[in-house]
Design a protein around this ligand. Structure first.
Ligand SMILES: [Fe+2]
Length: 414
């Protein structure tokens, strides 16, 4: 036993306790090994979330705090991530080759020819962020996906110049690059490709949030469906003239009052299920000379034409132009944002990392992380965004901060 008071004074008081704590933890972990089959967990660690409000972290180097530890294992934190198109797109060709040579094409046994994006922070879950699922799909000439409906809301962001279609509640919508085609919850929809070249699009869904709510169901037995003998699958009849969404809702501020403004069995979803890339691009171009937003360049919200609400209660959609030579200020918010690069090239600094992006690249900025867009090139860049801001706003949890040029923090939404 050390009787020297000076030694005692200088000894770190926690040093003697640490081994005991470790021993106790080890013993408890052992018990956990025994008790696991009873579906219980003896608490061996403190809660992992950040121990102070995220918006009070003002250190310039702060990139947000990642959850850690056992408790956090059930609350995994998405990482910022960039999926480079030139790295992931060859897998579409590989799927297409398998489909071309197979007795039964993948679309028949897997329902889709696609790959899903998995966020590296989420340990293999089929999610790009806590609330959002993204896939990249290819439909080859002749492919058909059966008519169905489901509770998750879904969207398609078209990457191919043209080809392929989605039929939503009887409206057959031809896919053109930059188009956003929506299949709100409860709408019957089927996909196909009746032209001679493949079509590729990005599917974005609120699937994880519906999964969390244990509220996922789908129906593949359409009462008024017809069987297409080419693939022996049930598809829906085209009951609306082509361009219905454009004619009924394509002119802002002019809403036909004789329509019920509902498509399918869902509630409160947008009646316009087709936003044309050409219209989005023209709107951005028309605003090009405006000052814009210091944090976002020229952002547009894509909304329900009847009431200005987000397209889905869970997911919002937007497009933004980062003009040639434009650099935004840094911003962060409590919502997750997924970006698809429609045009141009540039950089986004996120969470202390820099993503160099170009056409068709996809990247995710998870909540709480600072982001800043830079376009040093000679051409304008156009990004499409999918985000869970509507959901965060609905539950009173949406906050936004920006940084001034001097690095000071500005409260944008408190
Ligand atoms: Fe679907």
């Amino acid at each position: 036993m050390d009787t020297d008071p000076r030694a005692k004074a200088h000894a770190p008081t926690h040093a003697a306790r640490a081994p005991l704590a470790a021993k106790a933890r080890e013993a408890m972990e052992k018990l956990n090994g025994e008790a696991g089959h009873l579906a219980i967990w003896l608490r061996t660690q403190a809660n992992a979330p950040s121990q102070k409000p995220w918006f009070t972290h003002t250190d310039a180097a702060d990139a947000g705090q990642m959850a850690q530890g056992k408790v956090a294992a059930g609350q995994m934190k998405a990482s910022p991530h960039l999926w480079k198109w030139r790295e992931i797109s060859p897998y579409l060709d590989k799927i297409a080759q398998i489909a071309a040579n197979a007795d039964v094409p993948p679309v028949e046994f897997a329902e889709r020819q696609q790959f899903l994006l998995t966020n590296p922070g989420l340990a293999g879950r089929l999610q790009v962020a806590s609330t959002i699922r993204c896939a990249v799909s290819i439909y080859n000439p002749g492919d058909l996906a059966r008519a169905h409906l489901h509770t998750p809301n879904a969207s398609r962001t078209i990457l191919s110049d043209s080809g392929g279609y989605t039929n939503v509640e009887g409206e057959k919508i031809r896919a053109v690059r930059g188009d956003l085609i929506l299949t709100p919850n409860g709408t019957w929809h089927d996909h196909g490709n009746d032209v001679k070249k493949p079509v590729v699009w990005i599917d974005t869904l609120d699937w994880p949030i519906l999964e969390f709510l244990d509220c996922i169901w789908l129906d593949e037995d359409m009462p008024a469906g017809i069987v297409d003998p080419r693939a022996n699958v049930q598809i829906q009849k085209t009951s609306l003239e082509q361009g219905y969404s454009q004619r009924a809702y394509g002119r802002g501020g002019l809403i036909p009052s004789f329509l019920e403004h509902n498509r399918g069995a869902g509630h409160g979803v947008t009646p316009n299920v087709h936003y044309r890339g050409a219209d989005i691009r023209a709107a951005l171009e028309g605003l090009r000379g405006e000052k814009g937003d210091p944090y976002e360049g020229l952002p547009l919200d894509i909304v329900n034409p009847v009431n200005g609400a987000p397209l889905f209660a869970t997911l919002g959609f937007g497009a933004q132009m980062i003009r040639a030579g434009e650099e935004t200020l840094a911003k962060r918010e409590t919502s997750n944002v997924v970006y698809v690069v429609l045009e141009g090239r540039g950089q986004t600094e996120v969470g202390g990392r820099t993503f160099d992006w170009e056409e068709n690249d996809i990247f995710v900025v998870p909540n709480f992380l600072w982001r800043r867009h830079v376009n040093k090139g000679p051409k304008d860049a156009v990004l499409y965004t999918m985000h869970d801001r509507p959901l965060l706003q609905k539950i009173g949890q949406h906050r936004v901060q920006g940084r001034g040029k001097d690095g000071s923090v500005v409260q944008i939404v408190t």
